[in-house]
Design a protein around this ligand. Structure first.
Ligand code: ZN
Length: 501
Protein backbone atom coordinates (compact mmCIF):
# COMPACT_ATOMS: atom_id res chain seq x y z
CA UNK A 1 0.00 0.00 0.00
CA UNK A 2 1.16 3.47 -0.78
CA UNK A 3 -0.41 6.83 -1.39
CA UNK A 4 -1.79 7.44 -4.86
CA UNK A 5 -3.01 10.85 -5.96
CA UNK A 6 -4.73 12.01 -9.12
CA UNK A 7 -2.25 14.19 -10.98
CA UNK A 8 -4.00 16.69 -13.24
CA UNK A 9 -0.94 16.74 -15.47
CA UNK A 10 -1.26 13.05 -16.42
CA UNK A 11 -4.97 12.74 -15.55
CA UNK A 12 -4.07 9.53 -13.75
CA UNK A 13 -3.82 8.23 -10.22
CA UNK A 14 -0.09 8.09 -9.58
CA UNK A 15 1.98 6.66 -6.80
CA UNK A 16 3.28 9.54 -4.73
CA UNK A 17 7.05 9.59 -4.33
CA UNK A 18 8.67 12.82 -3.17
CA UNK A 19 11.87 14.01 -4.75
CA UNK A 20 13.84 14.52 -1.55
CA UNK A 21 13.65 14.08 2.22
CA UNK A 22 11.27 16.97 2.62
CA UNK A 23 8.02 17.09 0.66
CA UNK A 24 7.76 20.54 -0.94
CA UNK A 25 4.24 21.85 -1.19
CA UNK A 26 2.88 25.07 -2.65
CA UNK A 27 -0.75 26.04 -2.12
CA UNK A 28 -2.27 28.82 -4.21
CA UNK A 29 -3.60 31.19 -1.60
CA UNK A 30 -6.37 33.74 -1.78
CA UNK A 31 -6.44 36.90 -3.78
CA UNK A 32 -7.32 39.13 -0.89
CA UNK A 33 -9.87 41.54 -2.33
CA UNK A 34 -12.68 40.07 -0.25
CA UNK A 35 -13.45 37.76 2.67
CA UNK A 36 -12.93 34.02 2.26
CA UNK A 37 -16.07 32.33 0.97
CA UNK A 38 -17.14 28.78 1.61
CA UNK A 39 -15.75 27.61 -1.75
CA UNK A 40 -12.25 28.69 -0.65
CA UNK A 41 -12.66 26.55 2.43
CA UNK A 42 -13.13 23.48 0.27
CA UNK A 43 -9.68 24.08 -1.27
CA UNK A 44 -7.99 24.66 2.09
CA UNK A 45 -9.70 21.71 3.76
CA UNK A 46 -8.46 19.57 0.86
CA UNK A 47 -4.87 20.73 1.32
CA UNK A 48 -5.25 20.33 5.09
CA UNK A 49 -6.33 16.70 4.66
CA UNK A 50 -3.42 15.92 2.34
CA UNK A 51 -0.92 17.63 4.64
CA UNK A 52 -2.23 15.81 7.72
CA UNK A 53 -2.08 12.50 5.91
CA UNK A 54 1.48 13.04 4.64
CA UNK A 55 2.50 13.83 8.21
CA UNK A 56 0.69 10.74 9.42
CA UNK A 57 2.78 8.74 6.91
CA UNK A 58 5.89 10.22 8.49
CA UNK A 59 6.97 12.70 5.82
CA UNK A 60 8.70 15.95 6.66
CA UNK A 61 7.00 18.82 4.88
CA UNK A 62 7.63 22.37 3.83
CA UNK A 63 4.41 24.17 3.04
CA UNK A 64 4.09 27.58 1.41
CA UNK A 65 0.75 29.29 0.90
CA UNK A 66 0.76 32.73 -0.66
CA UNK A 67 -1.51 35.73 -0.48
CA UNK A 68 -2.04 37.55 -3.76
CA UNK A 69 -2.13 41.05 -2.34
CA UNK A 70 -1.71 42.92 -5.61
CA UNK A 71 -3.59 42.26 -8.84
CA UNK A 72 -6.39 43.74 -10.97
CA UNK A 73 -9.12 42.68 -8.54
CA UNK A 74 -7.40 44.12 -5.47
CA UNK A 75 -6.78 47.41 -7.31
CA UNK A 76 -10.35 47.52 -8.59
CA UNK A 77 -11.67 47.10 -5.07
CA UNK A 78 -9.25 49.72 -3.75
CA UNK A 79 -10.36 52.31 -6.34
CA UNK A 80 -14.02 51.42 -5.83
CA UNK A 81 -13.84 51.82 -2.05
CA UNK A 82 -11.19 54.59 -2.07
CA UNK A 83 -9.10 52.66 0.43
CA UNK A 84 -5.38 51.89 0.11
CA UNK A 85 -4.98 48.43 -1.43
CA UNK A 86 -2.70 47.42 1.46
CA UNK A 87 -5.44 48.10 3.97
CA UNK A 88 -7.90 45.99 1.97
CA UNK A 89 -5.38 43.16 1.60
CA UNK A 90 -4.44 43.14 5.29
CA UNK A 91 -8.06 43.10 6.39
CA UNK A 92 -8.87 40.05 4.30
CA UNK A 93 -5.63 38.28 5.22
CA UNK A 94 -6.66 38.57 8.87
CA UNK A 95 -10.13 37.29 8.00
CA UNK A 96 -8.56 34.32 6.27
CA UNK A 97 -6.49 33.44 9.35
CA UNK A 98 -9.50 33.80 11.62
CA UNK A 99 -11.67 31.51 9.53
CA UNK A 100 -8.93 28.96 8.79
CA UNK A 101 -7.95 28.73 12.47
CA UNK A 102 -11.57 28.21 13.46
CA UNK A 103 -11.84 25.48 10.85
CA UNK A 104 -8.77 23.83 12.40
CA UNK A 105 -6.81 24.16 9.14
CA UNK A 106 -3.11 23.70 9.85
CA UNK A 107 -1.01 26.77 9.28
CA UNK A 108 1.52 26.67 6.45
CA UNK A 109 5.20 27.22 7.29
CA UNK A 110 5.28 30.54 5.46
CA UNK A 111 2.58 32.82 4.04
CA UNK A 112 4.43 35.06 1.60
CA UNK A 113 2.74 38.06 0.03
CA UNK A 114 3.31 38.90 -3.62
CA UNK A 115 4.31 42.50 -2.77
CA UNK A 116 7.19 41.20 -0.64
CA UNK A 117 8.68 39.49 -3.69
CA UNK A 118 8.71 42.14 -6.41
CA UNK A 119 12.49 41.82 -6.73
CA UNK A 120 12.35 38.05 -7.38
CA UNK A 121 9.48 38.61 -9.82
CA UNK A 122 11.45 41.23 -11.79
CA UNK A 123 14.48 38.93 -11.93
CA UNK A 124 12.37 36.05 -13.20
CA UNK A 125 10.79 38.23 -15.89
CA UNK A 126 14.23 39.50 -16.95
CA UNK A 127 15.40 35.92 -17.29
CA UNK A 128 12.44 35.13 -19.55
CA UNK A 129 13.17 38.19 -21.71
CA UNK A 130 16.87 37.23 -21.94
CA UNK A 131 15.93 33.71 -23.01
CA UNK A 132 13.56 34.99 -25.65
CA UNK A 133 10.32 33.82 -24.05
CA UNK A 134 9.02 37.27 -23.17
CA UNK A 135 8.85 40.66 -24.84
CA UNK A 136 8.05 44.23 -24.00
CA UNK A 137 5.17 46.13 -25.55
CA UNK A 138 4.38 49.63 -24.32
CA UNK A 139 5.66 49.10 -20.79
CA UNK A 140 3.90 45.74 -20.45
CA UNK A 141 5.80 42.47 -20.60
CA UNK A 142 4.13 39.46 -22.20
CA UNK A 143 4.97 35.80 -22.26
CA UNK A 144 5.06 34.51 -25.84
CA UNK A 145 3.05 31.29 -25.58
CA UNK A 146 4.09 29.99 -29.01
CA UNK A 147 7.73 29.93 -27.82
CA UNK A 148 6.88 27.34 -25.17
CA UNK A 149 5.95 24.15 -26.99
CA UNK A 150 4.37 22.54 -23.91
CA UNK A 151 1.83 25.33 -23.47
CA UNK A 152 -1.53 23.71 -22.69
CA UNK A 153 -0.13 20.49 -21.22
CA UNK A 154 -1.90 20.90 -17.88
CA UNK A 155 -5.29 22.14 -19.11
CA UNK A 156 -5.15 20.01 -22.29
CA UNK A 157 -5.98 23.09 -24.31
CA UNK A 158 -4.67 23.57 -27.83
CA UNK A 159 -2.86 26.78 -28.62
CA UNK A 160 -4.78 27.30 -31.88
CA UNK A 161 -8.11 27.15 -30.01
CA UNK A 162 -6.79 29.56 -27.42
CA UNK A 163 -5.73 32.06 -30.05
CA UNK A 164 -9.09 31.81 -31.78
CA UNK A 165 -10.94 32.20 -28.48
CA UNK A 166 -8.83 34.95 -26.94
CA UNK A 167 -10.66 38.13 -26.17
CA UNK A 168 -9.29 41.17 -27.92
CA UNK A 169 -8.34 43.56 -25.15
CA UNK A 170 -8.41 47.28 -25.74
CA UNK A 171 -5.06 48.37 -24.44
CA UNK A 172 -3.11 45.33 -25.41
CA UNK A 173 -0.17 45.31 -27.79
CA UNK A 174 0.32 41.57 -27.68
CA UNK A 175 1.92 39.80 -30.61
CA UNK A 176 -0.39 36.86 -30.13
CA UNK A 177 -3.84 37.12 -28.52
CA UNK A 178 -3.07 34.12 -26.27
CA UNK A 179 0.06 35.74 -24.77
CA UNK A 180 -0.32 36.69 -21.14
CA UNK A 181 1.04 39.56 -19.07
CA UNK A 182 4.03 39.07 -16.78
CA UNK A 183 4.24 42.76 -15.96
CA UNK A 184 1.70 45.51 -16.40
CA UNK A 185 2.55 49.18 -16.78
CA UNK A 186 0.67 51.10 -14.10
CA UNK A 187 -2.14 53.46 -14.95
CA UNK A 188 -2.48 56.77 -13.10
CA UNK A 189 -3.64 56.27 -9.46
CA UNK A 190 -2.54 52.65 -9.42
CA UNK A 191 0.12 51.27 -7.10
CA UNK A 192 3.43 50.64 -8.87
CA UNK A 193 7.00 49.47 -8.46
CA UNK A 194 10.06 50.62 -10.40
CA UNK A 195 11.32 48.12 -12.94
CA UNK A 196 13.70 48.04 -15.93
CA UNK A 197 10.57 48.54 -18.07
CA UNK A 198 9.19 51.50 -16.16
CA UNK A 199 6.66 51.76 -13.35
CA UNK A 200 4.29 48.85 -13.09
CA UNK A 201 3.20 45.74 -11.22
CA UNK A 202 3.37 42.00 -11.72
CA UNK A 203 0.80 39.81 -13.46
CA UNK A 204 -0.95 37.20 -11.36
CA UNK A 205 0.70 33.93 -12.35
CA UNK A 206 4.30 35.19 -12.24
CA UNK A 207 3.82 35.95 -8.54
CA UNK A 208 3.19 32.30 -7.70
CA UNK A 209 6.08 31.08 -9.87
CA UNK A 210 8.50 33.48 -8.20
CA UNK A 211 7.34 32.71 -4.66
CA UNK A 212 7.27 28.94 -5.20
CA UNK A 213 10.80 28.92 -6.64
CA UNK A 214 12.10 31.34 -4.02
CA UNK A 215 11.03 29.21 -1.06
CA UNK A 216 10.97 25.71 -2.49
CA UNK A 217 13.39 25.63 -5.41
CA UNK A 218 12.95 25.03 -9.12
CA UNK A 219 11.10 21.73 -8.87
CA UNK A 220 8.52 21.02 -6.17
CA UNK A 221 6.52 17.91 -5.28
CA UNK A 222 2.96 19.14 -4.91
CA UNK A 223 1.09 22.19 -6.10
CA UNK A 224 -2.47 22.48 -4.85
CA UNK A 225 -5.47 24.60 -5.67
CA UNK A 226 -9.05 24.64 -6.91
CA UNK A 227 -9.66 23.29 -10.40
CA UNK A 228 -10.74 26.76 -11.54
CA UNK A 229 -7.05 27.69 -11.32
CA UNK A 230 -5.91 25.09 -13.89
CA UNK A 231 -6.36 27.56 -16.72
CA UNK A 232 -4.93 30.07 -17.17
CA UNK A 233 -3.25 30.47 -13.77
CA UNK A 234 -1.45 27.13 -13.38
CA UNK A 235 -0.89 26.68 -17.10
CA UNK A 236 0.91 30.03 -17.08
CA UNK A 237 2.88 29.15 -13.94
CA UNK A 238 4.22 26.07 -15.72
CA UNK A 239 5.13 27.99 -18.89
CA UNK A 240 7.00 30.75 -17.05
CA UNK A 241 8.78 28.52 -14.59
CA UNK A 242 9.82 25.78 -16.98
CA UNK A 243 10.86 28.27 -19.68
CA UNK A 244 13.08 30.00 -17.12
CA UNK A 245 14.70 26.92 -15.57
CA UNK A 246 14.41 24.21 -18.22
CA UNK A 247 13.26 21.87 -15.41
CA UNK A 248 9.87 20.45 -14.46
CA UNK A 249 8.16 22.96 -12.16
CA UNK A 250 5.75 20.66 -10.31
CA UNK A 251 5.65 16.88 -10.10
CA UNK A 252 2.06 16.42 -8.91
CA UNK A 253 -0.71 18.90 -9.61
CA UNK A 254 -3.62 18.28 -7.25
CA UNK A 255 -6.91 20.08 -7.86
CA UNK A 256 -10.09 20.00 -5.87
CA UNK A 257 -13.44 20.23 -7.60
CA UNK A 258 -15.70 23.24 -7.17
CA UNK A 259 -18.36 24.02 -4.63
CA UNK A 260 -21.45 25.13 -6.52
CA UNK A 261 -24.20 27.40 -5.35
CA UNK A 262 -27.42 26.84 -7.32
CA UNK A 263 -25.43 25.11 -10.03
CA UNK A 264 -22.77 27.80 -10.45
CA UNK A 265 -19.29 27.88 -8.96
CA UNK A 266 -18.92 30.04 -5.85
CA UNK A 267 -16.78 32.96 -6.88
CA UNK A 268 -15.75 36.26 -5.42
CA UNK A 269 -15.45 38.00 -8.76
CA UNK A 270 -19.08 37.26 -9.68
CA UNK A 271 -20.25 37.96 -6.11
CA UNK A 272 -21.96 34.58 -6.16
CA UNK A 273 -20.97 33.19 -2.81
CA UNK A 274 -21.64 32.65 0.90
CA UNK A 275 -18.86 33.78 3.19
CA UNK A 276 -17.16 31.26 5.41
CA UNK A 277 -17.87 33.50 8.38
CA UNK A 278 -21.62 33.49 7.75
CA UNK A 279 -21.62 29.71 7.88
CA UNK A 280 -19.38 29.56 10.93
CA UNK A 281 -21.95 31.68 12.73
CA UNK A 282 -24.57 29.02 12.00
CA UNK A 283 -22.61 25.78 12.05
CA UNK A 284 -19.80 24.38 14.14
CA UNK A 285 -16.42 24.00 12.39
CA UNK A 286 -16.63 20.22 12.81
CA UNK A 287 -19.98 20.15 11.01
CA UNK A 288 -18.54 22.15 8.09
CA UNK A 289 -15.50 19.87 7.92
CA UNK A 290 -17.75 16.82 7.90
CA UNK A 291 -19.73 18.38 5.05
CA UNK A 292 -16.61 18.59 2.88
CA UNK A 293 -15.15 15.22 3.84
CA UNK A 294 -18.33 13.31 3.05
CA UNK A 295 -17.62 14.11 -0.60
CA UNK A 296 -14.45 13.14 -2.41
CA UNK A 297 -12.33 16.21 -3.10
CA UNK A 298 -12.52 15.60 -6.84
CA UNK A 299 -16.33 15.40 -6.97
CA UNK A 300 -18.25 18.62 -7.50
CA UNK A 301 -20.32 19.59 -4.48
CA UNK A 302 -23.60 21.43 -4.43
CA UNK A 303 -24.03 23.83 -1.55
CA UNK A 304 -27.26 23.18 0.27
CA UNK A 305 -28.48 24.19 3.74
CA UNK A 306 -30.52 20.98 3.91
CA UNK A 307 -27.35 18.91 3.54
CA UNK A 308 -25.60 21.03 6.14
CA UNK A 309 -28.48 20.49 8.55
CA UNK A 310 -28.32 16.74 8.08
CA UNK A 311 -24.53 16.89 8.60
CA UNK A 312 -25.23 18.69 11.83
CA UNK A 313 -27.30 15.72 12.94
CA UNK A 314 -24.60 13.30 11.81
CA UNK A 315 -22.06 15.18 13.86
CA UNK A 316 -24.38 15.23 16.87
CA UNK A 317 -24.58 11.44 16.65
CA UNK A 318 -20.79 11.18 16.75
CA UNK A 319 -20.59 13.47 19.77
CA UNK A 320 -23.47 11.67 21.38
CA UNK A 321 -21.44 8.49 21.15
CA UNK A 322 -18.28 10.12 22.53
CA UNK A 323 -20.13 11.46 25.55
CA UNK A 324 -22.12 8.32 26.14
CA UNK A 325 -18.90 6.30 26.02
CA UNK A 326 -17.16 8.72 28.39
CA UNK A 327 -20.12 8.55 30.72
CA UNK A 328 -20.24 4.76 30.55
CA UNK A 329 -16.60 4.78 31.59
CA UNK A 330 -13.77 4.66 29.11
CA UNK A 331 -10.55 3.16 30.30
CA UNK A 332 -8.09 5.86 29.22
CA UNK A 333 -5.15 3.56 29.90
CA UNK A 334 -6.32 0.56 27.92
CA UNK A 335 -5.00 1.99 24.59
CA UNK A 336 -6.53 -0.52 22.18
CA UNK A 337 -4.89 -0.82 18.81
CA UNK A 338 -6.25 1.67 16.30
CA UNK A 339 -7.31 0.38 12.90
CA UNK A 340 -4.68 2.32 10.98
CA UNK A 341 -4.58 -0.16 8.11
CA UNK A 342 -8.26 0.42 7.24
CA UNK A 343 -7.66 4.14 7.45
CA UNK A 344 -4.59 3.99 5.24
CA UNK A 345 -6.29 1.79 2.70
CA UNK A 346 -8.95 4.45 2.22
CA UNK A 347 -6.61 7.44 2.31
CA UNK A 348 -3.99 5.86 0.05
CA UNK A 349 -6.67 5.67 -2.60
CA UNK A 350 -6.54 9.34 -3.60
CA UNK A 351 -7.64 10.56 -0.14
CA UNK A 352 -10.93 8.71 0.01
CA UNK A 353 -12.41 10.62 2.94
CA UNK A 354 -16.03 9.50 2.30
CA UNK A 355 -14.84 5.97 2.99
CA UNK A 356 -13.22 7.03 6.27
CA UNK A 357 -16.44 8.82 7.24
CA UNK A 358 -18.31 5.55 6.64
CA UNK A 359 -15.80 3.76 8.88
CA UNK A 360 -16.49 6.33 11.60
CA UNK A 361 -20.24 5.80 11.45
CA UNK A 362 -19.79 2.02 11.51
CA UNK A 363 -17.61 2.30 14.60
CA UNK A 364 -20.12 4.63 16.26
CA UNK A 365 -22.89 2.09 15.63
CA UNK A 366 -20.81 -0.76 17.05
CA UNK A 367 -19.85 1.47 19.97
CA UNK A 368 -23.49 2.15 20.88
CA UNK A 369 -24.16 -1.60 20.87
CA UNK A 370 -21.17 -2.10 23.14
CA UNK A 371 -22.64 0.41 25.61
CA UNK A 372 -25.95 -1.44 25.53
CA UNK A 373 -24.26 -4.80 26.03
CA UNK A 374 -21.98 -3.37 28.70
CA UNK A 375 -19.02 -4.73 26.77
CA UNK A 376 -16.21 -2.54 28.09
CA UNK A 377 -13.48 -3.98 25.94
CA UNK A 378 -15.46 -3.49 22.78
CA UNK A 379 -16.45 0.00 23.87
CA UNK A 380 -12.83 0.97 24.54
CA UNK A 381 -11.90 -0.32 21.13
CA UNK A 382 -14.66 1.54 19.31
CA UNK A 383 -14.09 4.75 21.22
CA UNK A 384 -10.37 4.73 20.36
CA UNK A 385 -11.20 3.94 16.78
CA UNK A 386 -13.60 6.86 16.41
CA UNK A 387 -11.18 9.24 18.14
CA UNK A 388 -8.34 8.09 15.92
CA UNK A 389 -10.26 8.69 12.68
CA UNK A 390 -11.59 12.04 13.83
CA UNK A 391 -8.20 13.36 14.84
CA UNK A 392 -6.51 12.05 11.71
CA UNK A 393 -9.08 13.94 9.62
CA UNK A 394 -8.53 17.15 11.55
CA UNK A 395 -11.75 17.23 13.57
CA UNK A 396 -11.41 19.01 16.85
CA UNK A 397 -12.42 16.57 19.57
CA UNK A 398 -11.46 18.70 22.59
CA UNK A 399 -14.23 18.98 25.11
CA UNK A 400 -14.40 22.75 24.84
CA UNK A 401 -14.74 22.55 21.09
CA UNK A 402 -17.52 20.05 20.95
CA UNK A 403 -20.64 21.42 19.41
CA UNK A 404 -23.18 20.19 21.86
CA UNK A 405 -22.45 21.12 25.43
CA UNK A 406 -23.67 18.89 28.14
CA UNK A 407 -22.09 18.36 31.48
CA UNK A 408 -22.44 15.88 34.23
CA UNK A 409 -21.88 17.24 37.66
CA UNK A 410 -21.48 14.72 40.38
CA UNK A 411 -21.13 16.11 43.84
CA UNK A 412 -19.29 13.41 45.67
CA UNK A 413 -21.59 10.48 46.32
CA UNK A 414 -24.86 12.32 46.30
CA UNK A 415 -26.31 13.29 43.01
CA UNK A 416 -25.31 13.55 39.45
CA UNK A 417 -26.88 16.06 37.21
CA UNK A 418 -26.79 16.32 33.47
CA UNK A 419 -26.80 19.85 32.27
CA UNK A 420 -26.95 21.56 28.97
CA UNK A 421 -25.73 25.07 28.47
CA UNK A 422 -26.13 27.42 25.57
CA UNK A 423 -23.62 29.80 27.06
CA UNK A 424 -20.33 28.00 27.40
CA UNK A 425 -18.58 30.92 29.12
CA UNK A 426 -20.89 30.85 32.10
CA UNK A 427 -20.69 27.12 32.20
CA UNK A 428 -16.92 27.07 32.18
CA UNK A 429 -16.78 29.65 34.93
CA UNK A 430 -19.13 27.60 37.04
CA UNK A 431 -17.09 24.49 36.42
CA UNK A 432 -13.81 26.10 37.33
CA UNK A 433 -15.30 27.43 40.51
CA UNK A 434 -16.90 24.15 41.38
CA UNK A 435 -13.64 22.36 40.81
CA UNK A 436 -11.71 24.77 42.99
CA UNK A 437 -14.25 24.12 45.74
CA UNK A 438 -13.66 20.40 45.57
CA UNK A 439 -16.58 19.28 43.42
CA UNK A 440 -16.08 16.25 41.27
CA UNK A 441 -16.95 17.24 37.74
CA UNK A 442 -17.16 15.17 34.66
CA UNK A 443 -17.89 17.01 31.47
CA UNK A 444 -20.25 15.23 29.21
CA UNK A 445 -21.81 16.71 26.14
CA UNK A 446 -24.75 15.44 24.21
CA UNK A 447 -27.05 17.19 21.81
CA UNK A 448 -30.60 17.07 22.93
CA UNK A 449 -31.85 20.61 22.69
CA UNK A 450 -32.51 22.84 25.63
CA UNK A 451 -34.46 20.29 27.59
CA UNK A 452 -36.46 21.26 30.70
CA UNK A 453 -35.44 18.00 32.42
CA UNK A 454 -31.80 18.86 32.00
CA UNK A 455 -32.55 22.28 33.34
CA UNK A 456 -34.18 20.72 36.38
CA UNK A 457 -30.95 18.88 37.02
CA UNK A 458 -29.18 22.19 36.83
CA UNK A 459 -31.56 23.46 39.48
CA UNK A 460 -30.72 20.45 41.66
CA UNK A 461 -27.06 21.28 41.27
CA UNK A 462 -27.85 24.81 42.41
CA UNK A 463 -29.56 23.47 45.53
CA UNK A 464 -26.56 21.29 46.26
CA UNK A 465 -24.23 24.23 45.90
CA UNK A 466 -26.37 26.21 48.34
CA UNK A 467 -26.42 23.35 50.80
CA UNK A 468 -22.65 23.36 50.69
CA UNK A 469 -22.75 27.15 51.06
CA UNK A 470 -20.97 27.48 47.69
CA UNK A 471 -22.86 30.61 46.88
CA UNK A 472 -20.61 31.62 44.01
CA UNK A 473 -21.52 28.45 42.19
CA UNK A 474 -25.19 28.66 43.00
CA UNK A 475 -25.20 32.25 41.74
CA UNK A 476 -23.50 31.25 38.51
CA UNK A 477 -25.93 28.42 37.99
CA UNK A 478 -28.87 30.74 38.62
CA UNK A 479 -27.47 33.26 36.16
CA UNK A 480 -26.87 30.52 33.61
CA UNK A 481 -30.45 29.34 33.90
CA UNK A 482 -31.82 32.85 33.62
CA UNK A 483 -29.69 33.54 30.58
CA UNK A 484 -31.11 30.44 28.99
CA UNK A 485 -34.60 31.76 29.50
CA UNK A 486 -35.72 30.23 32.80
CA UNK A 487 -37.09 31.88 35.91
CA UNK A 488 -36.24 30.47 39.34
CA UNK A 489 -38.42 30.13 42.36
CA UNK A 490 -37.23 29.00 45.80
CA UNK A 491 -39.61 26.50 47.44
CA UNK A 492 -39.27 24.21 50.50
CA UNK A 493 -38.62 21.40 48.04
CA UNK A 494 -35.78 23.33 46.48
CA UNK A 495 -35.43 25.43 43.36
CA UNK A 496 -38.27 25.25 40.91
CA UNK A 497 -37.71 26.51 37.40
CA UNK A 498 -40.06 27.67 34.70
CA UNK A 499 -39.40 28.70 31.15
CA UNK A 500 -40.00 32.44 30.92
CA UNK A 501 -42.83 33.17 28.54
ZN1 ZN B 1 -1.17 30.70 -7.62
Amino acid sequence: MALSLTNTLTQKKELFKPLGDTVKIYICGMTVQGPPHFGHMRAYITSDILIRYLEFLGYKLKVIQNFTDIDDKVIEKSLEEKIDYRVIAEKHIQEYYEVADKMNIRRADIYPKATQHIQEIIELIQKLIDKGYAYEAGGDIYFAVDKFSDYGKLSKKKLDDLIAGARVEVRTQKKNPADFALWKASKPNEPYWESPWGQGRPGWAIECSAMSMHYLGETIDLHLGGEDLIFPHHENEIAQSEAATGKPFVRYWIHNSMLNLTGEKMSKSTRHFITAKELLDKYAPNVLRLYFLKSHYRSPQEFDFGILDSNKESWARIEDFLYSAEEAGIDENSKPQVPSSKFMEAMDDDLNTPKVMALIFDAVKEGFSAIQNKNTNELNKRYSEVMFYLRALGFNTDLQNRTNKRILISTGTQVSAKLEFRDITTLMKALELAKSLGYNIIANLIERGNDINDMNLLAIARDLAREKKSYEISDLLRKGLEEMGYSLEDTDKGTRIKRKS
